[in-house]
Structure formats: structure tokens, C-alpha cells
Design a protein around this ligand. Structure first.
Ligand code: MLT
Length: 272
């Protein structure tokens, strides 16, 4: 682990990992996960950029507040963390899945604070009526059977078949991370995702360098969603990682880091 990582600061209510004082990459985790999912990226990229990876409220080591939450709350929490760290911006904002939904909202609310976007395993569209019904069903399961039941229901869909077979450490790690999420966090985030706005109209407005990364075997968000975002975001770059499902940064960390590092070069050149 990179020695420059600062752990949670007790004074600020939100827990986070932070790797130092270079151009900043804000990495926003998915549901129901935490900043722990980015630890390999901090190792791989922490010498190139300052990586700040918050635990969204109700997730990881951050405290929770009563649900429901919204993507606006999550985006504002991230902006507050950057303020607290005295990083006025602009920063490169990366989000995986739900983190991508938050990244879109952050871009809409704070365009001046965004130098670039990394959209990993995410989609632009809002929930369909079936999707919303699925959120309600999962919330009911969480209330009646606990967060472990939600983790058990999600686990078989999160990774590529080869990951279940050959990377059991990754499977266990993802399961533990999900089980560490509080009930309020699960319910709050389900509400945030259910009510999130459609980001499709935002795509044509994005005028910062954008990298889209997707697992070829993502069962939760098919790769066609990434291809559609790539088409709609002018000048964007699309990298599809073979043998990766919904967690490409954990399933194919070296390939993921290479794609991100190549993308980040342009920001370092601008700095020099
Ligand atoms: C996530 O991975 O963040 C969520 O599963 C995304 C979603 O359910 O829409």
C-alpha cells in the first residue's frame, strides 16, 4: 500500500483514502461498496496523481444518515470533501456504476471543478419502471433479511464467470465489502439510484476528456451502454476489458490501471 495514503480524519465526518499532492483523481465507488474497492488503483496510480476515494454516506467507514439519499447528496458530499482537503479543482472525476451516476451529477452541479471524467461500468439512462420495481424489492429484502441477503443476491451478478473460477480472493473481497455497508446505506443508495435523473441529455454537453471503461462480460450493465455513451460524448475514449464483469478495476486491475494511466498522461502534461 502506498505510504502516502492518509486514513480517515476524525474531524471530518466522511472517511476517505488520499494519496498525496499531485493532480487529483476523485474515485467514487459503486453500490453497495466502499473506497476499499480502489486500493489497487491507489497503489498503481498514486505516484502519478493524488487519488481521493471517499466512502459515500452509509458505506465503508463513513457514518450514515437516515435514508433516503440522492445522487445530489452524494455529489455534494464529494464536493465538501474536496473543499475540506482544500482542492478547489478542477479534478478528474471517476466513478464506477453508482459512482458514475454520482459523477454525472457532480459534473452537472460543479462543471468548473471537473477536468476530466472516467466512467467505469456505468450507464447514462435512468431506471426503467422494472428497474425501479427491482430497487423496491431489494429494499424490502434488506429490511426483512438484512444487508447480507442483498450481498448474496448481488454477488453472482457482479463478476465475470472466469473471475468466480480463478480469483476467489476477489469474490470474497467484494462480498465482505458489500456486507460492511450499513442498512441505512443500502436503503439510502437504492433510493438515490431509483430516483436519479436521466443523464443521457448530459452526454452531449460533456466537454472534458472522458474515458469510458467497461467489462466485456458485465452482467449488470451490458457493454452496449458504454458504446452508446462513447457515441454520445464527443471525443471520448472507450476501453472494453475482456474477462471482466461489473468490477473491471478488481477483475483486471493491470489492464484497468494501464487504460487510466494512459488517459491521465494528458493532465500531467498540462501541469508541467
Ligand atoms: C452498482 O454497481 O453501483 C449498482 O449495482 C448499479 C445499479 O444497480 O444501477
Amino acid at each position: 500500500m502506498n505510504e502516502q495514503i492518509e486514513e480517515q480524519n476524525e474531524e471530518f465526518g466522511m472517511a476517505y483514502l488520499d494519496s498525496c499532492d499531485r493532480p487529483t483523481l476523485l474515485l467514487i465507488h459503486g453500490f453497495p461498496l466502499s473506497s476499499a474497492m480502489w486500493e489497487l488503483q491507489i497503489e498503481d496510480l498514486g505516484d502519478m496523481v493524488r487519488v481521493v476515494a471517499p466512502d459515500l454516506r452509509g458505506h465503508g467507514r463513513s457514518g450514515d444518515t437516515p435514508p433516503p439519499y440522492s445522487v445530489t447528496m452524494f455529489a455534494d458530499d464529494c464536493a465538501d470533501l474536496l473543499d475540506y482537503l482544500a482542492i478547489p479543482g478542477p479534478v478528474i472525476v471517476g466513478g464506477l456504476s453508482m459512482g458514475g451516476y454520482v459523477a454525472f451529477e457532480f459534473y452537472r452541479r460543479y462543471p468548473e471543478r471537473v477536468a476530466g471524467l472516467i466512467l467505469a461500468a456505468t450507464r447514462a439512462g435512468a431506471d426503467t419502471p422494472e428497474g425501479k420495481a427491482g430497487r423496491d424489492k431489494m429494499a424490502q429484502m434488506a429490511r426483512e433479511e438484512g444487508v447480507e441477503a442483498v450481498a448474496a443476491a448481488m454477488l453472482p451478478k457482479l463478476l465475470a464467470p472466469i473471475t468466480y473460477k480463478e480469483q476467489t480472493d476477489v469474490v470474497e473481497f467484494v462480498q465482505e465489502m458489500m456486507e460492511d455497508t450499513s442498512l441505512a446505506g443500502v436503503l439510502g443508495a437504492l433510493a438515490a439510484m431509483k430516483e436519479r435523473p436521466d443523464s443521457t441529455p448530459t452526454l452531449a454537453e460533456i466537454d472534458v476528456p472522458t474515458l469510458i471503461i467497461h467489462g466485456a462480460e458485465d452482467q449488470l450493465i451490458p457493454v452496449i451502454e458504454a458504446q452508446a455513451m462513447h457515441k454520445a460524448i464527443a471525443g471520448s475514449q472507450l476501453v472494453v476489458l475482456p474477462d471482466a464483469g461489473h468490477m473491471p478495476n478488481l477483475e483486471q486491475p493491470d489492464e484497468f490501471a494501464d487504460a487510466v494511466a494512459d488517459f491521465l498522461e494528458q493532465f500531467l502534461e498540462e501541469e508541467e
